[in-house]
Each structure stands twice: as C-alpha cells, then as structure tokens.
Design a protein around this ligand. Structure first.
Ligand code: FUB
Length: 314
C-alpha cells in the first residue's frame, strides 16, 4: 500500500512538472513569437478577443517565463488606439533588442507594418515614426494578398533583417536605428508553398526559414539570411484552429516550437452551442520540444497535451 501511495505521488509530481498545453488560458492568444532577452523567455502573440467572430484584434499583450510553466501576462504593451495611422487588425507581432532598446514590429490593416520602441521587453511601446515602417505600396514590395506577419532576425554580425508578407516572402535590411531600412526590398527564393507566418532562426551556422503553407508549418534552409533557401519539408501538421502560426527558439539548452490551436476554445465553449463555430478566432498558444537530426534537418513535431517540462531553477 505504501509503495502504491509513493508511486501515485511520484506520478502526480511528474504531471505537475509539465506545463500543459495550451500554456496561456486566461485570455485567447495566437501567433506566438518567442524571444529570449536577459535569460527570460518572452512571448509576443496576437490577442484574440473573448467574443471574437473574426480576427478583429485591438491590442498586443506580452508574456514572460523563466521556467516554461508559469507565464506572466504583462498586459497590453501597445494598442491600435495608440497609433494615429492604424484602424484595425492587431495581428501577429515580433520583437528584437538592439542598442539597449526593444523594437516591436506589428502588422495592421492587412497592409501596414509598424515599429514601436520601448525601454523594457514588456513595453510600453511607443510609435516613433507616426506612420508605418513599410506598407504594401512601398517600392519593391511584392504582395498579392495581405502584407502581414513581420519577423525580425538579428544575425551574429549585428545585421537586422525584417521578413514579412503573404504568398511572397519580402525582406528588408534594417538600419542600425531599427526604425528605417536600407533601399531595396528583397524577395526570398526557395520557400515552396509559402502562405504566411514567416520565421527565421539560425542553428549551427545555417539559416532556417519556417512558415505556414498548405495548412502546415513547413521550412527551408540556406547558408545566408536572404537565401536562396532550399525547401526541406514539414515541421507541424495542420492544427484545429484553421490558421497555423509558430516560432522556434532555444532557451536554456532546449529548442522549442511555439504554435497555436483552438484547444482552449474547445474546452471553454460547448460543442453544441452557437458560439462553437467561432473557435478558429479564439486561439491559444502551445509549446512543444523541437529536435534536429544530425544533418541539421528538423524532426516533425507531434503536438502534445502535456507540453514541455518545467525548468527547475538553479
Ligand atoms: O492572427 C491573425 C492572422 O492569422 C495572422 O497574421 C496569421 O499568421 C494567422 O495566424
């Protein structure tokens, strides 16, 4: 009997040591861009509204964790009402640190990419330009659909790149001030089936461009940030929220895939209610481990309900 109780307690401890997907459950969140600043992992997601019936989001919250289990909501770091030039759709953002400041890149109105600056990774962020950084109409931009989903990547040499777009990956090289860019929009080659949600990271000297395409998360690899890239395959299958949007990050020695599902809405909303048809606009952020093969290719991630293990602090 004593042994059974001990085994049961051990089992309980194991369960409690996992984060459980989705990881954020007090509000709906999507499009998670995960970044590490000063040993803390920050998530810059979209904030789906509680009663959403479309992607009509109005602000951006920032979250942080140091153990991959407890996530702190820092509240709204920027809202559409803070921007004179933006009317609607506070969609998938990203953030980078340079010269001691934090640069928050965000899309609005399906056509504009803005940048806001803060002294802390959780904001508040202020719009230094009073206009978008780049738009669907800017010279060189190729976009036959929505001009959205900025991803900012800073290479080891300090060069900063901003990637964005739907159907075509557009890229610019940012100036040192991070709020302007060098002449010439680059169009990235080799991103087969690209739809949206571009994400760039580096591993063992190779550049990885991952993105949503054919409903899945796919990826390509290159020897240079601006490519050309070579298509490699699939990282994540379709999820139950319609849209698929992810990020990839290393934190405290492990690699993680952040993504979203409709699992929280499915849990919250009775399947036989009128509300249930809106679950694709009430998404929730999840995380699972990501592993590489010896040749640097990425193993397909199988989503779990248990999520990742809590990191025990030193
Ligand atoms: O969250 C709004 C939009 O849905 C994002 O910009 C896309 O990537 C998709 O996830």
């Amino acid at each position: 009997m004593k042994r059974i109780i001990i085994l049961f307690l051990m089992h309980l401890c194991t369960i409690q040591a996992f984060a459980q997907n989705p990881i954020i459950t007090h509000i709906y969140t999507a499009d998670p861009s995960a970044r590490v600043f000063n040993d803390t992992l920050f998530i810059y997601p979209s904030h789906d509204r509680d009663q959403a019936q479309w992607w009509d989001m109005i602000d951006w919250h920032v979250f942080s964790t140091t153990d991959m289990k407890q996530y702190h909501d820092h509240g709204a770091a920027l809202s559409l009402i803070d921007l004179k030039w933006a009317k609607q759709y506070a969609w998938a953002p990203d953030c980078a640190r340079k010269n001691g400041k934090y640069y928050f890149y965000f899309p609005t109105d399906q056509a504009f990419i803005g940048v806001a600056v803060g002294d802390k990774p959780w904001g508040p962020f202020r719009d230094p330009l009073g206009r978008p950084l780049i738009t669907i109409s800017s010279p060189g931009v190729v976009c036959n659909r929505d001009f959205i989903d900025p991803c900012v990547f800073i290479d080891e040499d300090g060069m900063a790149y901003l990637f964005m777009g739907q159907n075509t990956v557009n890229a610019v090289v940012l100036n040192d001030d991070m709020i302007s860019y060098k002449d010439g929009v680059k169009i990235i080659e080799g991103t087969d089936h690209f739809f949206e949600a571009v994400w760039v990271h580096k591993y063992h000297g190779k550049y990885y461009m991952s993105y949503s395409g054919n409903g899945k998360i796919l990826y390509a690899m290159s020897d240079a940030p601006l490519g050309p890239y070579q298509f490699k395959g699939e990282i994540l299958d379709e999820v139950n929220s319609g849209t698929n949007h992810h990020s990839i990050v290393e934190y405290k020695g492990a690699w993680y895939l952040f993504y979203h599902t409709a699992d929280l809405a499915i849990r919250n909303i009775p399947a036989d209610s009128q509300e249930f048809k809106y679950i694709q606009w009430r998404r929730s952020v999840c995380v699972d481990y990501l592993y590489y093969n010896e040749d640097g290719t990425i193993r397909k991630v199988i989503p779990t309900k248990t999520g990742v293990q809590q990191i025990v602090q030193d």
